[in-house]
Design a protein around this ligand. Structure first.
Ligand SMILES: [Zn+2]
Ligand SMILES: [Zn+2]
Length: 216
């Protein structure tokens, strides 16, 4: 999940019925009832099970609609207007509580990914490999942009990418294999190979490693 406006995470909402601090929750994709979204990415919801709105709601719903459900008090960001959400169980929304710290981290990663993707088209001309490396090493980045980034590796002819890639643990072997192929290509055009003992780069014709003195 990505939040456009991070300032909502700083908001404090208090339930008007029970005085409990309302939890910042991820808004459900569709407002069950009218089929429209809430127009907000997050909602502040009173998840206090002793809240009168929640406790008294079961009977109200039963009498009026004849089914088993109740209400939670809800406020939209930037507003203290009281709304209620119908919930069918105690645990509704408890799984979508947002941890502001975690959300900030996710947003930061997402922003870095966006910036790197935007920079991909021009980074070769600027000889700036950083957006390419950002995407290759970001396991959460979109697979298409990571593939594009890997395909650009050769154009930079920058051997420093090798260590960064070798030290990264890829979750998908597909990307690791693609990177390995690019590294082989890169070494080939530079007449180099990796020493199988110490991983340092040595001349492709070398019989002895310059670094660890091993016979190769
Ligand atoms: Zn409450
Ligand atoms: Zn060596």
């Amino acid at each position: 999940m990505y939040i456009q406006n991070l300032s909502v995470l700083e908001e404090e909402h208090t339930c008007p019925d029970c005085g409990a601090r309302m939890d910042c929750c991820e808004a459900p994709p569709v407002h069950v009832g009218d089929g429209l979204g809430w127009g907000s990415e997050v909602l502040f919801i009173c998840l206090n099970d002793d809240c009168p709105t929640f406790k008294g709601g079961w009977d109200k719903v039963d009498v009026n609609y004849g089914h088993k459900a109740t209400f939670r008090n809800m406020q939209l960001p930037g507003s203290t207007e009281q709304n209620v959400m119908m919930v069918a169980s105690k645990i509704a929304f408890t799984g979508s509580i947002i941890d502001p710290e975690q959300m900030r981290g996710q947003n930061e990663r997402y922003k870095k990914e966006k910036d790197a993707i935007a920079a991909l088209d021009s980074c070769v001309a600027r000889n700036d490999i950083s957006p390419v490396m950002t995407l290759i090493l970001d396991e959460a980045a979109s697979p298409e942009s990571r593939k594009r980034a890997i395909d650009l590796l050769i154009e930079f002819n920058d051997l420093s990418c090798i260590d960064a890639i070798r030290n990264h643990s890829f979750r998908k072997t597909e990307f690791e294999q693609k990177c390995n192929m690019k590294i082989s290509e890169l070494l080939k055009i530079n007449f180099l190979k990796e020493c199988p003992f110490c991983a340092e780069l040595v001349k492709s014709q070398a019989k002895k490693c310059l670094h660890c003195k091993a016979d190769i």
